[in-house]
Design a protein around this ligand. Structure first.
Ligand SMILES: [Zn+2]
Length: 310
C-alpha cells in the first residue's frame, strides 16, 4: 500500500511536470483576462475631471493622472513636450505626449496609441448654441485611453514576447472642421521625432466606446496596411467579435496618418458612426464597458499572437 502510494505520488509528480512543461511553453502566448469593468473605471475617471481641453485645469489634472496610472504598470514613462496651437484663438499651449514603455531593451516593438485630449468645441452639435462648448470626449478620447490603460495592466502580468510602447497623444482634436493640417498635433510631433528601434506595427484606438459598436475597416488603414489590418480582423473573427466588420469604412484623418507618412505600418480601429461625435452629448452614458471589452480582448489577443511570432 505504501509502495503504491509512492508510485502514485511519483506518477502524479511526473504528470504535473508534463502539464507544466506543455502549458509553460504556451503560457506567454496566452494573454491575461482583459477586465472591461476596470477599463470602464478608467473612462469614468477621465470624464470626472471634465473635458480635457488643452489649457484647462482638467487637462493638467489628467496629464498627472495618466502619467501616474501608466507608471504603475510600464517599465518607464516619459513625457514628450511640444508646442501646440488652438487655430481659433491662435493661442499656443505646452502639450504633452505620454509614452509608457514595456521591455524597452527589445528591438521588436509594437506601438499602441490613442489621443487623450478633448475637443475644445462641440461644432457638430445639432443645437447651434452648444457649438462653442467643449466636448466631454467619453468616446472621442477617453475610450481609447481607457482600453490601453487596462492593456498596460495586463502587460505587467504577462509577457507578449515583444516590446510594447503605449503612447497617449495630445492635441489630436484641436483642428477646425475640414482643416486636416490642424489636427493630430501630438502624433505629428511624435512621428517627426521617432526613436529607434521603430515599431513593426502601430494600432490606434479612437472612438471605440460607442455602446452600439461597429468597426468597419478605416480606409487609410485598409489602403496603406491591409495585411496588418486583416491580421487583427482575423483574430476578431476567430473570437466571434462581430463588431469588427471587415467591409470598407470611411477614410478618417487620424493619428495613424502621420505615422504612415513616416513609413510605419499603422492602422486605426475606429467607429466613425457615433451619433454624438463632436457634440455636447459625448458622455459615458452613450458608451459601454462591453464595447471597451470587445476591443481590448481582440487587441490583446492579437498582440500576444504577433509577439509570439519568430
Ligand atoms: Zn474628435
Amino acid at each position: 500500500m505504501r509502495r503504491h502510494r509512492c508510485l502514485y505520488a511519483g506518477w502524479l509528480t511526473a504528470l504535473c511536470i508534463v502539464i507544466f512543461c506543455c502549458t509553460g511553453k504556451n503560457a506567454y502566448a496566452q494573454p491575461p483576462l482583459f477586465n472591461e469593468s476596470r477599463a470602464w473605471e478608467y473612462l469614468e475617471a477621465q470624464c470626472d475631471m471634465g473635458p480635457r481641453v488643452p489649457g484647462s485645469s482638467a487637462h493638467r489634472q489628467c496629464l498627472d493622472y495618466l502619467v501616474s496610472e501608466l507608471g504603475k504598470y510600464a517599465d518607464n514613462v516619459q513625457k514628450q513636450p511640444f508646442l501646440g496651437m488652438n487655430p481659433v484663438s491662435k493661442q499656443t499651449y505646452n502639450l504633452t505626449n505620454i509614452i509608457g514603455s514595456f521591455r524597452a531593451e527589445r528591438s521588436r516593438r509594437i506601438l499602441l496609441c490613442a489621443h487623450w485630449d478633448s475637443r475644445p468645441w462641440a461644432d457638430q452639435d445639432p443645437n447651434p448654441a452648444n457649438r462653442l462648448t467643449p466636448v466631454m470626449g467619453a468616446n472621442d478620447g477617453a475610450s481609447g485611453v481607457a482600453v490601453l490603460l487596462e492593456i498596460s495592466r495586463c502587460l505587467s502580468l504577462a509577457d507578449p514576447g515583444i516590446g510594447v510602447d503605449i503612447v497617449f497623444f495630445d492635441g489630436e482634436d484641436m483642428g477646425r472642421a475640414g482643416r486636416l493640417e490642424e489636427y493630430c498635433q501630438g502624433s505629428g510631433w511624435y512621428a517627426k521625432n521617432l526613436s529607434f528601434p521603430l515599431p513593426e506595427a502601430a494600432v490606434l484606438l479612437d472612438m471605440i466606446g460607442d455602446a452600439d459598436l461597429h468597426i468597419p475597416q478605416e480606409l487609410y488603414s485598409r489602403m496603406s496596411c491591409p495585411d496588418l489590418l486583416n491580421e487583427i480582423y482575423l483574430v476578431a473573427a476567430e473570437m466571434g467579435e462581430s463588431a469588427f466588420d471587415p467591409s470598407p469604412g470611411l477614410p478618417v484623418y487620424d493619428d495613424h496618418v502621420p505615422l504612415i507618412y513616416e513609413g510605419i505600418q499603422a492602422v486605426d480601429l475606429i467607429d466613425f458612426e457615433y451619433e454624438y461625435w463632436h457634440t455636447v452629448n459625448d458622455f459615458p452614458e452613450n458608451c459601454s464597458a462591453e464595447s471597451l471589452g470587445t476591443v481590448g480582448r481582440v487587441l490583446l489577443k492579437w498582440l500576444f499572437q504577433r509577439g509570439g511570432r519568430p
